[in-house]
Design a protein around this ligand. Structure first.
Ligand code: AMP
Length: 173
């Protein structure tokens, strides 16, 4: 079987100069490779008592949905502003230029939920850190982060809450 890590394509200067975009579409197109990463996540978090996955728009939805199905737990969508139709909690975070916001339905989680945040790439950490604050606003317990890739040279994990396990299947650099 092909090593699933070889199924992630580096696309230089996309979407803008200087960024090496990690394209996961060849991995998604490979049935055994896609299954392997979901199996690896489920081994990492299978005994965490997780009840809900909070998946970040949009590629986090793909891994979150497959993993939620695999673990038999719920899926909560973390979306860009204006996409969720009912009342939301919002968190805004700084970008290199400007800010961005993530939202979650305010009734998406309860204080009894144990939550894992799921995304494809941990880069500067701003998105995942804002998502952690959303989980905190609702009062649910954050029990972990699951990333397919981590761009370690950007030190994104330093922005994430101390003491919460971070599982990156493919840490880079
Ligand atoms: P950040 O908030 O900087 O950690 O960025 C994380 C979000 O941006 C994730 O939802 C990723 O999908 C996306 N992202 C950041 N950098 C990359 C990259 N080099 N390739 C693909 N996606 C990226």
């Amino acid at each position: 079987m092909t090593d699933w890590k070889k199924l992630i394509a580096d696309v230089p200067d996309f979407p803008k100069p200087g960024i090496v975009f990690k394209d996961i579409t060849p991995l998604l197109a490979d049935g055994p490779g896609f299954r392997k990463v979901i199996d690896a996540f489920s081994v990492a978090f299978g005994d965490s008592g997780v009840t809900q996955l909070a998946a970040i728009e949009s590629r986090g939805f793909i891994f979150g949905a497959a993993l939620a199905h695999h673990l038999g737990v719920g899926l909560t969508l973390v979306r860009k502003p204006g996409k969720l139709p009912r009342p939301v909690y919002s968190e805004t975070y700084a970008l290199e230029y400007g800010t961005d916001t993530v939202q979650m339905h305010s009734d998406a989680l309860t204080v009894r939920d144990r939550v894992i945040i799921v995304d494809d790439v941990l880069a500067t950490g701003g998105t995942a850190a804002a998502t952690a604050r959303l989980v905190e606003q609702i009062g649910a317990e954050l029990v972990g982060f699951a990333f397919l890739m981590e761009l370690s040279f950007l030190n994104g994990r330093d922005k994430l809450p101390a003491g919460v396990p971070i599982h990156s299947l493919y840490p880079l650099g």
